[in-house]
Design a protein around this ligand. Sequence first.
Ligand SMILES: [Zn+2]
Length: 467
Amino acid sequence: MAAAVRRRRRGRRGTGVAPPTDVAAALRHAGDTRCLRIGEGVLPAVVEVLSTCFGEESAVVVADTNTFAAAGREVDDHLRAAGRSVGPAIVLPGTPAPYADLGTVVALEERLRAHGGVPVVVGSGTLNDLTKLAAHRLGRPYMCVATAASMDGYTAFGAAITVDGFKQTMACPAPRAVVADLAVLAHAPAAMHATGYGDLLGKITAGADWILADALEIEPIDPRAWPLVQDGLRGWVAHPERLRTGDPEAVASLFEGLIMAGVAMQISASSRPASGSEHRFSHLWEMQALAHGHGAVPHGFKVGVGTIAAAALYERLLARDLTRLDVEAVCASWPSRQEVERSVRLRHGPSLATQAVEESLAKYLDAGQLRQRLLLVRERWPAIRERLETQLMTAERLRDRLRSAGCPTDPTEIGIDAPRFVASYALAGTIRRRYTVLDLAHETGLLADCVDELFAPGGFWNRVAIA
Ligand SMILES: [Zn+2]
């Protein structure tokens, strides 16, 4: 299977054109989403889509004041004009933006319970996540009307919700139907296209992490999900500069990529196809911001900086010959379970420590298991390196792409100062059990040296000269 993946990628080399992707074909393998309507001016189709997917059930529009103005009122009007039974719209305050935490989910759930009917959420990331989980808790399928190409969660399994200060993916089905009017998406603020671009570009490092996990027999690549994201990825991320002006074709292409990433997650019932080390950085910063009460930075902006950070770490590892790794020396200084628990607890604040310890211990290897893992790394490194080099882009190129899209590229631009950023390299891998490049660097005993090199004179982050 991995060979098939490699062949597919090689076949594309040199053409410069991504193969056509077929969202409809991809959807046939998805369990939750039955109907996806994307196109210019398709907003009135909400009536038909509602009938096709939900019969004659009543509906209730969920929005915030911004998305209600952008498309929610129109959706509500179309449904009423068609004679559908529609409850009073639930419109949350748009400023400050709603937060995706469990308290807000429960409050929305209560309001939906009072209304009955199919929730029709009009909005993007947070509104979709809130409604997805609230609808699931009520045992109701729901429908989503997209308002921005700002993240990949529209068609994704699970909702990213913060519970007791810890961001987690709560298991719940994707929407039964999604309607996306490209004219509405193109009119979203340019910063929302940029955040979607950051989330999509992160699939470069997410794919590299999956290659690693596959090659080391930790988590095999899912042959149904991988091509949905990776085959078209280079085409979708090719022209970030066009997003700044809201070029409709560029926004449509970005949205297609985000939808395909969501479908891949839905098919795998896992975020693995779309989330790796870059998302570990992003989630760490989100959780730290919660603990410190910092302002919200859009998800894709953090993922973008995380993508550069992960790619820069990959470069340091790829500069080494791991076939010469001194396995016995690494095993001899490997910490015990108790030492890992103590150090993870110490390095995280009290609000994150408990879950970080649980996640870190879930993937803890004893010295014997570590030896087996490292022998595999040593044996397979030439093949792994080749696959990674085909998959990855340089940190510098990723930074240029993000900058062209209008994304922040320097940690300080998203409120992460230099000491916190340096520390993030050691902390990001501890918050989830999923295997990524952060684990490879840690388990080979090379993380600290690689990070030193990144911040030393001439190193990638030193050249960037973060404050
Ligand atoms: Zn994401």
